[in-house]
Write a protein that binds this ligand. Structure first.
Ligand code: GSH
Length: 212
């Protein structure tokens, strides 16, 4: 397996966590988003949407972190990243999508770049945009968690797809100094995840292309 990814990319980080949780080894292929390498050959020749992550596996190229993680979960069922019951799966997918579909697209690199370069938004206003949407999304995430039974991780007592999405989003929020106070369930799940070796091994600072 080859994972084309970037140390700072949240969507890549989700897949790295899933690979580590499942104990799957992979070749790390760095794509430097800051230098625009995702828009140039060789990566642009492989990727239809010029986004990381991209996983080369079983003779195919898979894009979209959630699709990749679900593929890995089907091919390597243990440890499971989705609950055994349909209702549980729907809950976990809802949590994961709250981050991947509601928060992340608004704080993505190309969106922030467009605000600054095309719409001439000042740096501080861009950061206000970022913090607003991330915090609002995390408040909604917290409300979802409070409607669920007490648990160590986002859902239940083992990490799931929801945790694979939450942890990178919190890293990203910390980088942009988002206020993370008043999110007790969310931050407890984050802390529980970060106590696990799999999450530590997947984090940006553990990546071969890491830059401080
Ligand atoms: N929904 C996609 C998001 C992929 C994505 O947006 N990746 C970002 C990095 S986290 C990227 O490649 N950005 C390049 C850009 O914005 O130009 C997924 O979950 O894989």
């Amino acid at each position: 397996m080859k994972l084309h990814n970037y140390f700072r990319s949240s969507a890549s980080f989700r897949v790295r966590i899933a690979l580590e949780l499942k104990g799957l080894s992979y070749e790390y292929i760095a794509v430097h988003l800051g230098k625009g390498d995702h828009k140039k050959a060789p990566f642009a020749d492989l990727s239809a949407d010029a986004l990381v992550p991209l996983l080369e596996v079983d003779g195919a190229r898979l894009s979209q972190s959630m699709a990749i993680i679900e593929y890995l979960d089907e091919k390597h069922p243990m440890p499971a990243l989705l609950p055994a019951d349909a209702l549980g799966r729907a809950k976990v997918r809802a949590l994961a999508q709250s981050i991947a579909c509601e928060i992340h697209p608004l704080n993505n690199l190309r969106v922030l770049k467009y605000l600054v370069r095309e719409l001439k938004v000042e740096e501080e206003a861009k950061n206000t945009w970022y913090r607003h949407w991330v915090r609002e999304g995390l408040d909604a995430f917290e409300r979802q968690l409070t409607q669920l039974p007490a648990s160590t991780y986002c859902y239940g007592d083992t990490p799931t797809l929801a945790d694979c999405c939450l942890v990178p989003q919190i890293f990203n929020g910390q980088r942009f100094a988002v206020n993370l106070d008043g999110l007790p369930r969310t931050m407890a799940a984050f802390d529980a995840c970060m106590a696990l070796t799999a999450f530590q091994k997947a984090q940006p600072s553990a990546c071969p292309d890491y830059e401080a």
